[in-house]
Ligand binder design. Sequence first.
Ligand code: ATP
Ligand code: MG
Length: 545
Amino acid sequence: MEEYSNFIKTEIANDIAAGKVKEVVTRFPPEPNAYLHIGHARALITDFESAKAFGGYTNLRFDDTNPSKEGAEYVDAIQKDIEWLGYHPKNVFFGSDYFEKTYELAVELIKKGLAYVCDLNQNEIAEYRGTLTEPGKDSPYRNRSVEENLKLFEEMRAGKYKEGEKVLRAKIDMASPNINMRDPVLYRINYTAHHRQGTKWCIYPMYDLAHPLQDAFEGVTHSLCSLEYDNHRVLYDWVVENVYDGKNRPRQIEFGRLNITNTIMSKRYLRQLVESGKVIGYDDPRMPTLVGLRRRGVTPDAIKAFILSTGLSRINSTVEGDMLDHFIREDLKLKVNRIMAVTKPLKITITNYEDGKIEYLDALNNQENEELGKRKIAFSKHLYIERDDFTEVAPNRKYKRLALGLEVRLMHAYFIKANEVKYDANGEIEEVLCTYDPQTLSGSGFNERKPNGTIGFVEASTAKKAVFNQFEPLIIGEVDSENFLENINPNSWTKLNGFVENGNYKEGESFQFIRDGYYTVDKDSNDECLVFNRTVSLKSSFKPQ
Ligand code: ATP
Ligand code: MG
């Protein structure tokens, strides 16, 4: 994989040069309340690659300090996704494992006079906080004695108060120009059972308290996060200085979020898509989740190459979906077999070919990569070609496919000439009667005539039945808005029924269907019928610089 330089690596290198850091330690801290999506891939690739570049390591830490909506299902899925991308966390930690220690440090903070229990409700706290242009007002509870605060905090823990009735706040500066420093909430009451702690706790630390402590406890040196935490950094440092009782001094560095055109990235909206039944699940191949991309056939290497190519800066960026497609094609081009499939079958009968005979012809698996070897493909009197590869009367000289009176090459096989069309009761073309020329076998060196193009085919009796799923963007128009469900593309999933050449097809295996695109075998395949997801079409409008 290509090495990219970026501002984070520069900062880390400076810290090492200045003697501030010996071994680089980063962490990827997902909240286990959703499946990872391609935006998370930017964060996790940045975490792992930044540490790796300096011989350091990365931990996975589940930021599970908010019991609502968290669950073991997500913990397992996230771990699987990270491994799939090819990253191996050195340790797997859970933020909730530090609840006791965090509680003890909060008690110490109260004793230092730097935290107090506040009875204002959420709206009042917001009101007292002031605005960007006006300073905040002190809470009437700000000057409670240490003894009273200790007692109330203990009672909060013991379950004496209702949700929202009391919170623990840091005592910092209600006039700070940074609103996050105006006595931020450190603990709130929540009676939801926790996925690992059960009902042991009814008070939970807020992100701004929990996160820097977790980083500090685990020896993280560089805590990389997305840009929205920029104005929380001062508070992060305050917590490390005033709450943490050890030596480690983690440093937060922010980077821009990644957005992709026509792609929903927000967890909340992804959940709505699933819950409204607009998609078949988090692993719907149209979803930008890693499970969805995997099911569509997108490879980890393509995702990594794409993410790294988008660069990293302190600005949120939006890139074209076509750019990801480009990296998918580049990755698969030389790796997969190019096989024949017919997505809209049209029957071909070779009238001068012997009844009942099947011959097996040599075919290279990938014309651009001979290392992939060869296979045998079947040929007989009964074939299927793509319906779009035939028309009765060629429209012009540029038409390079089959038409009555014209001769084309069947790829890896012979020239065939179309002589007669048979129609069904509706007047639709049902079958084309052709003749073949046995001298024209591919690879025989025959050069007396030139065919009118080359088309694919499959042999009818050996072909396997298949459903082909083709996808278009799920959302057209505005993506991140409350009514995005109205912008669902009604044509985002097309199912075609056809055939693929005989072979062994395993779930997750990818192929190029010559002249159509890259396809991957779906888990819904069975003995009767294979299911293929089009990973990406061959055509591209994206032009890399
Ligand atoms: P939400 O904002 O809905 O809570 P989140 O996307 O921040 O969700 P987390 O589980 O907290 O979800 O994400 C883990 C990490 O991934 C965070 O550090 C977050 O900043 C980062 N991340 C999430 N989405 C993107 C994105 N589109 N680009 C870059 N980083 C992202
Ligand atoms: Mg988050």
